[in-house]
Structure formats: C-alpha cells, structure tokens
Design a binder for this molecule. Structure first.
Ligand code: HEC
Length: 98
C-alpha cells in the first residue's frame, strides 16, 4: 500500500499546476488601470466604454495590448500572456458583470 501516499500527493499538486483563471490574471495584470479607468482606460464590465473599442475588432485590440497604447504599457502588466489569454482578458473586461 505504498502507492496511496503518492496518489494523494499527486492529487494535491493538481490545482497548483492549473493555469490561472482569467479573473486572477485580470487582477494581476490589468486591474490597476482598468478597474478605475486610469488615464481613460475603458473600465472593466463597462459595456458602453468598451463598445467603440470592440468595433475596431479583436485583432486590433490584441495589437493595442501587445504593443501598448498611449498610457497602456506593452502587454498591460502581463509579461507571459499568450494571444489567447489576452483575448480572454479583453472579453472578460468588455462583458457585463456576472
Ligand atoms: C498602466 C495601466 C494599464 C494597464 C496595466 C492595462 N491597461 Fe489597457 N488600457 C490602459 C489605457 C490608459 C487605455 C486607453 C488607451 C487610449 O485609448 O488612450 C487602455 C486600453 C485598453 C484596450 C483598448 C485598446 C484599443 O485599441 O482601444 C484594451 C483592449 C486593453 N487596454 C486591454 C488591457 C489588458 C488585457 C490588460 C491586462 C493584460 C491591460 N489593458 C492593462 C491602461 C492600462
């Protein structure tokens, strides 16, 4: 029965290996500016503020985040985000609060 502690250990490790949720990433990398709208950043869950942004299309928004836009530094504050993660963050911020 030596295998049981090993299995138990693996189960405990699984949550640590999981990727962060969009919300956690938002809080780390986008929250500081997009929560209160620093320097005219469109606020999180403010659908009206995001409307004109979304009209540019997801690819344009993705480029803005990756290259930076005015007061927004390149990548927001996420150094390791993939395109897919940025898109998920943009969708999270531009949709109404759950
Ligand atoms: C240091 C502050 C700051 C951080 C951190 C930040 N932003 Fe921004 N963001 C801004 C500002 C300011 C604008 C408005 C820029 C403008 O239009 O002048 C903006 C605009 C945007 C836009 C609209 C771009 C466009 O083309 O209209 C998107 C999308 C965006 N941010 C996504 C993100 C994401 C995703 C993160 C987190 C990974 C993030 N931002 C982190 C300040 C920030």
């Amino acid at each position: 029965m030596k295998i049981l502690p090993i299995i138990a250990g693996l189960i405990l490790l699984v949550p640590l290996a999981n990727a962060e949720s969009v919300e956690e990433q938002y809080k780390k990398a986008c929250f500081v500016c997009h929560d209160t709208g620093v320097a005219n950043a469109p606020k999180v869950h403010d659908v009206e503020a995001w409307k004109p942004r979304l009209e540019k299309g997801m690819d344009a928004l993705l480029n803005s985040v990756k290259n930076g836009l005015n007061a927004m530094p390149p990548g927001g504050m996420c150094t390791g985000c993939s395109d897919e993660e940025y898109k998920a963050l943009i969708q999270y911020m531009s949709s109404p609060q759950q």
